[in-house]
Design a protein around this ligand. Structure first.
Ligand SMILES: [Cu+2]
Length: 137
């Protein structure tokens, strides 16, 4: 079999994600195997202004950016439709604040497993984020 190495390299370069976005400490909370939802955390930074509008993963039916907030003394979660990540405003996802909600898990996640979540900006550019499943944040 003969490969066309030039076009193969070209294809690899084209499919390379932009490295403008970085997720540090990407973590998914390990839940009991019966649980159909869990949450992901980490600090997402970007060197260029990037407006994130959606998230997805092979392991869940839906992934949404949520924010915990206190309303009338009650903790509530709301779906954040878009988040503009800039050099000055990272997306800080931690317990009690922003988080990635994995809804409708297709299978139980394993301790130590690495999960890829695709973030997508408003121009359709996708950024793969790697998060590790674990017990504690
Ligand atoms: Cu949530």
């Amino acid at each position: 079999m003969k490969f066309n190495w030039i076009s193969l390299v070209g294809l690899l370069l084209l499919s390379q994600p932009s490295f403008a976005i970085d997720l540090a400490g990407g973590f998914i909370r390990l839940m009991p195997p019966t649980s159909k939802t869990t949450a992901g955390y980490g600090k997402l930074t970007s060197k260029v202004d990037t407006c994130l509008v959606s998230f997805s993963s092979d392991v869940a039916n839906k992934v949404e950016l949520h924010k915990h907030s206190e309303e009338n003394g009650m903790m509530k979660m709301r779906h954040v439709e878009r988040f503009l990540v800039t050099e000055q405003t990272p997306l800080n996802m931690e317990s009690g604040g922003y988080h990635l909600m994995l809804i409708g898990l297709k299978r139980p996640l394993k301790d130590g497993e690495r999960i890829v979540i695709q973030a997508q900006d408003e121009e359709g550019q996708r950024y793969p984020l790697t998060l590790t499943v674990g017990r504690d944040y």
